[in-house]
Ligand binder design. Structure first.
Ligand code: AMP
Ligand code: GLY
Length: 431
């Protein structure tokens, strides 16, 4: 079958890499893609939110499966657009309709959903009036967690130690610091623990759980400095033992998927559970309606199942037939960023010494280079974003995999390259 994947990051390169391995995959198009996806499929210059253009392309190229990588087209209703158009009704689309995408698109929607289905999460209040917000803040202990209700490009969460500062920040948020996204603010109790991520693929009723992962969001080693889109990830997460996994499945994954089903929510796609272990108990920090980036760059390499088959079964309501098989090895990924990121950074620097991703395990290459912000111009690959590449390697444990990721992170060259060398090492000390 012909497949269209929407998006252009490391996540999309990893999804494309995995789908390319399937005998079910004939032509694979990525819109808009990057220099890495162009090596294994056909990039198409289409915006992931230009739905009429996507429709023409899908019909023209006889596409029967569409995978939505990022959240924005989902929250804006790309799935509804497909469902409501008779000419597209035969096309399977992976990603929830807009109503269900609010699990990510509205923090207040997600919190109310969790409350209805007894999914463990932080105590909270949904605030539109500053006076009410101040009253609620006074009932909490510091630090204070303030979240813009809507999508804010990963920047909408503030964690503040001082009550006076939290009161002031709440005012600025409600006045539109993050545009309409923060006209409503969710204030939460602070949870103290260690975070990890779990990913389910659901057909709306049944689900499968993919390998878990942990990502590293801060720019600096030792988890210091500014928040980024993600500087690296590991899978598996050593502290996620059988007991914790069972609790996650029974208390969080099952009630969430059952909740979607019993509420009649049209949801065929990924649910990304951003979790935190508090003491020995898992709680939900957030839901996302898509895979994580850079988590996908370690999850896909550990997934043994045919991903296209999983997507077909998901859209046919047949995920109950699937048993997930995982590679036992550890995978680590290190993100190479452009100098200055997550603040201003340059684009257009030439990248050298990249390794073809399809040479993994052959010809001496023992890493997979997933491209993110890259672009091909005049036969050269140049930087085209803050997160440039994610370098994934396998090993028997985190240090072994990390040393290979590090080796290739050193080899790839571009002006201003930066990366963290400590991805996953903190986990060696966590029980
Ligand atoms: P979110 O966008 O909801 O995932 O929040 C971004 C980050 O803020 C999370 O990955 C956590 O590190 C942190 N965070 C969010 N909510 C809480 C909370 N209730 N307690 C502690 N940390 C939180
Ligand atoms: N790495 C976190 C995310 O994709 O939201």
């Amino acid at each position: 079958m012909n497949i269209l994947l929407l998006g252009s990051g490391g996540r999309e390169h990893a999804l494309a890499w995995k789908m390319r391995q399937s005998p079910l995959c004939e032509r694979l198009f990525i819109a808009p893609g990057n220099a890495g996806t162009a090596q294994i499929g056909e990039n198409v210059s289409l915006s992931a939110t230009d739905f009429p253009a996507i429709k023409s392309f899908v019909l023209d190229k006889n596409i029967s499966l569409v995978i939505v990588g990022p959240e924005e087209p989902l929250v804006k209703g790309v799935t509804d657009f497909f469902r409501n158009d008779a000419a597209l009704s035969h096309v399977a689309i992976i990603g929830p309709a807009a109503y269900g995408a609010q699990l990510e698109g509205s923090k207040a929607f997600a919190k109310k959903f969790m409350a209805r289905h007894n999914v463990p999460t932080a105590q909270y209040a949904e605030i539109t009036s500053h006076t009410e917000g101040v009253e609620f803040l006074k009932t909490l202990q510091p630090p204070y967690v303030l979240k813009a209700d809507g999508l804010a490009a990963g920047k909408g969460v503030l964690i503040i130690n001082d009550l006076g500062e939290a009161i002031e920040s709440l005012k600025v948020m409600l006045e539109g610091q993050f545009g309409d996204a923060s006209r409503k603010v969710v204030i939460e109790e602070f949870l103290d623990g260690i975070e990890f991520s779990v990913f389910a693929l659901t057909d709306g009723k049944n689900y499968v759980i993919l390998p878990e992962a942990k990502d590293y969001k801060r720019i600096g080693e030792g988890d210091t400095g500014l928040n980024t889109g993600g500087m690296g990830a590991v899978s598996p997460v050593p502290f996620v033992n059988d007991e914790l996994w069972q609790k996650v499945e029974e208390r969080i994954v099952k009630p969430t998927i059952n909740g979607l089903h019993t509420e009649g929510i049209d949801y065929v796609g990924f649910v990304f559970f951003g979790l935190i272990r508090v003491g020995h108990e898992p709680m939900v920090i957030e839901y996302n309606c898509r895979m994580g980036d850079p988590e996908t760059e370690v999850v896909m390499p550990r997934l043994k199942n045919d991903l296209v088959d999983l997507f077909q079964k998901a859209s046919a309501g047949r995920l109950s037939e699937i048993q997930i098989e995982k590679d036992k090895r550890t995978a680590t990924t290190i993100v190479l960023t452009a100098g200055g990121y997550p603040n201003d950074y340059k684009k257009g620097d030439v990248i050298t010494n990249t390794v073809r991703e399809d040479s993994f395990g052959e010809g001496g290459a023992d890493a997979i280079i997933f491209h993110a912000g890259t672009k091909k111009i005049d036969n050269q690959i140049v930087t085209n974003g803050g997160r440039v590449m994610a370098i994934t390697a396998y090993g028997d444990d985190i240090p072994a995999a990390l040393s290979v990721s590090n080796k290739y992170a050193e080899l790839v060259q571009f002006d201003g390259k930066y990366f963290r060398r400590d991805i996953g090492l903190d986990l060696l000390k966590v029980n």
